[in-house]
Every structure is written in C-alpha cells, then in structure tokens.
Write a protein that binds this ligand. Structure first.
Ligand code: NAD
Length: 498
C-alpha cells in the first residue's frame, strides 16, 4: 500500500503468494467516497493472467499442506489473532468502510465488530470434535471425516464490503482451504486492510490471495478455472447465474448468496409503533442496499391508511447525509451507477401508476450536491404485477400494499421469484408462527427485522441462492465429506476362486 501524497489517495495492490503486487494492467480507476465524490484510492482492473497466478499460488499452497495439514489448534490460533487485530483496528476500519461505501459510521462499526466475531466463532468451531463413526456390517469400523475442498474462489459485492468478505474468508480458512478472493471493484478499501491483517497474523504465503478488478475478467476467471474447487459468491441473481454456468466446466461446488425482494407482513393486531419502526428499519438501514431488506410491506386493510400515514411521517424525519456526520440517520448510495438505477426505478413506479407518498428524488440541498443521496421513498397502492414490487431495486425505496386475510398475505408474500427473507408482525403468537412457517424464505423474523447471528444459517430459497453461509452450514460449504472403512479382521474375502 502506498499513499498518493498529492491527493492522499491510497494505491491498492493485489496480494499474491505473500507479496503485494502492483497490477501490470494499464487500466487504473479511481475509488471514490460516494458522499463527496472525493478520490480515496486508485485501483487497477487486473488481468486474467494475474488472476491465474493467484489461483496457481493458492493451488500450490493447498497441495503443500502448509495450511490444510496444520493442526486445528494452529489454525484456530491464527484466526483468533486475525479477530484481535480487526478489533484493534476497528476505528480505522469503520471509518474507511464509511468513506468507501457511504453507509453511516454506526452501521460500519457494527459490521467491523461482527467481522471479528465471525473469525472468533470459526476459530472455536474447528476445535470441536466433528465427523461420525459407526460399526458397519462385515466387521468394518467406519469413520466419516471432513476435509477442506481445496482452492476456494470467493467473490463479494459492495454493500457490506468487509463483512461479506469475512463471512466467506473465515470459514474457508477455518476448514483448511486456500483462497483467491475478489472484492467488489467499487469497495476494495477495507478488503486491502483485511489482507494486511491476514499477513500480520502469520498466515503462510499463498494461503490467502486477493485480486482486484472487473467481475467479467477476475470473477469470470475464478469461476471457470479448473484449479478452483469451490466458488462462493455473494451478489446479484443475474451474476449468480453466470457463475453457475462458468462453474459447470469442472463441476466445482458453488455457494450463491443472491438478491431478494422480501415481504414484511403487518397484521392489525401488531404493536402498531413497533411495526412502523421495524418497517422503516427493514428498508432504510444501509439506505436499502441490503439483500434482506424488507422492501415489500404488506399491511392488513383495517390499519392500512393509518400505517401508511405514520410510516410516511417517520420516513420524512430521517436525516440523510454523509456517513461520518454523526447526525445522519441514513447514508449515501454507493455509486453513481446505483443512484441512477434507483432513480430509474422511481420513474418506473410512477409510470406504472403506483402512488408516490414520500421521497422519490435525489437530494442535493444542504451540501449534499457532490454526493449520491436519495430521499427515503415510499410507494403506496401498488399491485403485485408492478415491476417495483417484483424486481430488486436495492435502494431506499419501499412499496406498501394492502391485504384482507391471512391467506392473501401469504399468497402475496410468496408471489415472488425471490425467497431470501421475510417478517411478520402480530401479537397473536400462534398466527405469527403459522404465517412465518409458510413464507418461502431462508431468513425470517417475528416482531423483529434484520438482526442475524453468526450461529444461524444465512441464505435464500428460490432465486435468492444456493447453500447457506454462517453457522455450521457455513463451514460445511467449504468441506468435503469422506468415508473411511477399516476392516477389523484382515483376511482374504474369498470372492474369486483362489
Ligand atoms: P454484482 O452481482 O453486480 O457483483 C458482485 C460481485 O460479482 C462483484 O465483485 C463483481 O465484480 C462480481 N462479478 C460481476 N460479474 C461477474 C462475473 N461475470 N463473474 C464473476 N464475478 C462477477 O452485485 P453488486 O451490485 O456488487 O451487489 C448487489 C447485489 O448483491 C444485490 O443483488 C444483493 O441482493 C446481493 N447481495 C446478496 C447478499 C446475500 O447474502 N444474499 C448479501 C449482499 C448482497
């Protein structure tokens, strides 16, 4: 890492085989702070050859056993050292995450703490006994053991730059794999810091490799490489499909954490203020750039008008501004591209006949003109055939629609190509459980929205993905399972004539 003394922007490098390497690519681009458009870094679109070198380094490191053959105590100790260093540098990491992603610093601070916790969790998990054993017929003692998959290709998006990286890197390393990691080209800053930490914590060279660049080059090379044994991807459903196709070449394992359009169902018997509060939190946390965002609120018709009125009143009070300003409640949109995508969807909603009841515009007043800010936006009176109800917008835009019966709420909630998350608000415990069990989604809440825990599996149904991150499932994604059959009476079996 070097500092550009003119601009104080950081020059980002690749990390391959234990060395910081300047990309040979002539394609250099600016990494910006979306709250101000100031340049905070210079990164390169690395080449296919550079990606292949990183894959080769990971392959050689895996085959050498330098990591996979370490005892679990040794691996665990390094993971704990990484966690401690993340904690030590939490302030620096949270500030950098805020500068690069645009989220408010309070959110970034939670992300960094969760990242350290994730390393600690897997450091503990690998010290537990695992596998199975049984006495098979024919006097065979059978063991079922778990082993690393090999070289893991890890590709992540820009919305939780450090945390999404750690959700993959921690279990992949814990299981004994070597890795080739690609951050989002939009948000590579904290990833680079994380790799400094991995190096300082004593990870052997070649075990963790990072290549910055385009999805279509670096990501595609990782996905189709015959030397990569698993690709674990978080991002859009569209790119998830491309990765699945590319991975078919060598039938590598895949794990896909994709998009969502998640329902949040509010019954008339819910605690009204809590349901409004979590409705807001569900969509406007992270400026709505959260895969599990509750972007479709379904409200029972008897309280619909009152709910929309109160929701809009509260949404209009949200202070949008730079993430480092402590008075901001909601930060910037990550990039100009994403800003324009969201503004396009707002136009689509208006043209489809949805009723815009709050926001609906870019914010440029009060010093926000240099950044990418959008007002919390609410569309009421929508129907399930509208694009703003069906497609993932990934911004601070929510639709609120009406339902009459429990069955209708479930039908509307499940009428989606996605199945990532969902919530139900009701004070009738049996009803809440009955309904949430029928929601076709992997991450759900009752009288709550958003909290998730490293112990719990994270992932979606339908087009929201394949596989689960975190918990024991997250580790298993990066493991192969082997049966070992050991004959206890060693003698010829006499199958063929002697
Ligand atoms: P994206 O799919 O555009 O990009 C994600 C990553 O994939 C980036 O690093 C990108 O460079 C890379 N990529 C792009 N094209 C590629 C290709 N052809 N081959 C390999 N890699 C390629 O997503 P994004 O815009 O960065 O992030 C937003 C999306 O991520 C949303 O859809 C959101 O729902 C999803 N997301 C899902 C989860 C989850 O846990 N399910 C979490 C966070 C974000």
């Amino acid at each position: 890492m070097t500092i550009d003394t003119q601009k104080k922007a950081i020059t980002l490098k690749n990390y391959v085989n234990g060395e910081w390497r300047t990309s040979t690519s002539v394609e250099i681009y600016d990494v910006i702070n979306p709250a101000t458009q100031e340049v905070i870094g210079h990164a390169s679109y690395s080449t296919k050859e550079e990606t292949e070198e990183a894959i080769q380094a990971a392959k050689e490191a895996f085959e050498s056993g330098v990591w996979s053959q370490k005892t679990t105590h040794e691996r665990s100790a390094i993971l704990l050292a990484i966690a401690a260093k993340i904690d030590e540098r939490a302030e620096e990491l949270a500030t950098l995450e805020t500068l690069n992603n645009g989220k408010i610093k309070t959110e970034a601070t939670y992300d960094i703490a969760d990242a350290a916790n994730c390393f600690r969790y897997y450091a503990g998990m690998i010290l537990q006994p695992d596998g199975q054993t049984y006495h098979a017929p024919d006097n065979v003692q059978a063991l079922i053991v778990k082993e690393p998959v090999g070289v893991a290709g890890l590709i992540v998006p820009w919305n939780f730059p450090l945390l999404m990286s750690v959700w993959k890197i921690a279990p992949a390393l814990a299981a004994g794999n070597t890795i080739v990691f690609k951050p989002s080209e939009v948000t590579p800053m904290t990833a680079m810091k994380l790799f400094e930490i991995l190096e300082e914590a004593g990870l052997p060279k070649g075990v963790a490799n990072m290549v910055m660049g385009h999805g279509a080059i670096v990501g595609q090379t990782i996905s189709e490489s015959k030397h990569v044994d698993i690709v674990s991807f978080t991002g859009s459903t569209q790119v998830g499909r491309e990765i699945m196709r590319a991975a078919a070449g060598n039938l590598k394992k895949i794990s896909l954490e994709l998009g969502g359009k998640s329902p949040n169902i509010i019954f008339a018997d819910a605690d009204f203020e809590a349901a409004v509060d979590y409705g807001l939190f569900g969509i406007f946390y992270g400026s709505g750039q959260v895969c599990s965002a509750g972007s479709r609120i379904l409200v029972e018709e008897t309280i619909y008008d009152a709910y929309v009125e109160r929701f809009v009143e509260r949404a209009n009070q949200i202070k949008v501004g730079p993430g480092l300003d402590e008075t901001s409640n909601m930060g910037a949109i990550v990039s100009e591209k994403q800003l324009n995508r969201i503004l396009d969807y707002i136009e689509i909603g208006k043209n489809e006949g949805a009723k815009l009841v709050a926001g609906g515009k870019r914010l440029t007043e009060n010093g926000l003109d240099q950044g990418f800010f959008i007002a919390p936006t609410v569309f009421a009176d929508v129907t399930n055939d509208m694009r703003i109800v069906r497609e993932e917008i990934f911004g601070p835009v929510v639709t609120i629609q009406k339902f009459a019966t429990e069955q209708e709420a479930i039908r509307l909630a499940n009428d989606s190509d996605y199945g990532l998350a969902g919530g139900v608000f009701s004070n009738d415990g049996a009803k809440a459980l009955r309904v949430i069990k029928q929601i076709r989604a992997g991450i759900t809440w009752v009288n709550d929205y958003h909290p998730t825990y490293v112990e719990a599996p994270w992932g979606g149904y339908k087009q929201s993905g394949i596989g689960r991150s975190l918990g024991t499932y997250g580790l298993e994604d990066f493991q192969e399972v082997k049966q070992i059959n050991i004959r206890l009476n060693v003698e010829p079996n006499g199958w063929f004539p002697s």
